[in-house]
Design a protein around this ligand. Sequence first.
Ligand code: ADP
Ligand code: MG
Length: 368
Amino acid sequence: MADLFIGLMSGTSMDGIDAALVDFTTTCPNIISTHSHRYPAALHRQLEAALELEAPLNADLSAIDAAVGETFAAATSELLLQAGKVPENIIAIGSHGQTIRHEPAAQAPYSLQIGNPDIIAMRTGIDVIADFRRADIEAGGQGAPLVPAFHQAVFASNTEDRVILNIGGIANITILTTEATTPVSGFDTGPGNTLMDSWTRQHLQAAMDNNGDWAASGQVDHALLEDMLTDPYFLAAPPKSTGREHFNPDWLSRYTLRSGANANDIQATLCELTAQTIATAIQAHAGSADRLIVCGGGVHNNHLMGRLAANMPGLAIESTAAYGVTPDWVEAAAFAWLARQRLAGMPGNIPAVTGATRAVSLGQLVKP
Ligand SMILES: Nc1ncnc2c1ncn2[C@@H]1O[C@H](COP(=O)(O)OP(=O)(O)O)[C@@H](O)[C@H]1O
Ligand SMILES: [Mg+2]
């Protein structure tokens, strides 16, 4: 009997909605079909505008919430068609939604994901679990990162200590030790691709620095790098999580305006910032790890992967593909898994990761 769930995820990079159909019959989840669905250009522009910090969270947002819900539903329909499945084959959808604001340190902490789950449920005829971050925040946590429990379920080993690194817009690590008594830990290390993406958009009018070739053509500006490394986020102790509220184009221009470096040198510096902050976090919290296993879009940035290796000599580095999960689909599969946990009444957060006072089942169930 297949145990089929769909995971829908769109991260801070907003490069597209990742839709994955996952079978959980075996211990290693089997991703049977995937579909990457772009936002329509006009909606993408509206989302970028909604992400501006000054943008009011008003009625416009309800319309965008509905439009994102429609797009997530369309992504699901295309995934089903491609996989030759019907809604009755699917137990539930885990929909992360699109993050508009993540303010876990605010006086009234919150994390807001949009993409109306009622619309997704009605259009697809499938049960939807959404709003995964809220219960963890109510339990006193950051509401993020939420992928570590899935990383533990799939990638933990009893013979070696492993670190799982996800390089999305923001980068996060999960530390998995062989000691059953050591709780899984993990946190957001800071920017993954987001600063490199925005610098590339500004200077090359392209969505990304393909393979990191542009960064590779420049020289690191060490004074600029040291300046950026003084950001308090890098020095703060976990639990911690971050997003585009903090690491955004304004953050970038505050530093770059003080630097006279060429644009490609700045790109090289941003790549080094990502590599060094990840390496420093791993050295400080998982110094004896045997292996680093990487997922997320950043795995395709060859220059970044090279700089990670250079900053952590001696550490074996591989992609999650070597462990049966394609690196681009780990996060979507994680939300499919979190939906399954929710239906089983099982926890989805890890208190040692998010800072929550207890493990809780995450997400709200919406029926069509
Ligand atoms: N071929 C590539 N070369 C360089 N960077 C890439 C490549 N493919 C993907 N990326 C990076 O990965 C990002 C998307 O990663 P993803 O894991 O989807 O992040 P998010 O979860 O924030 O959406 C892109 O914005 C880009 O920066
Ligand atoms: Mg993405």
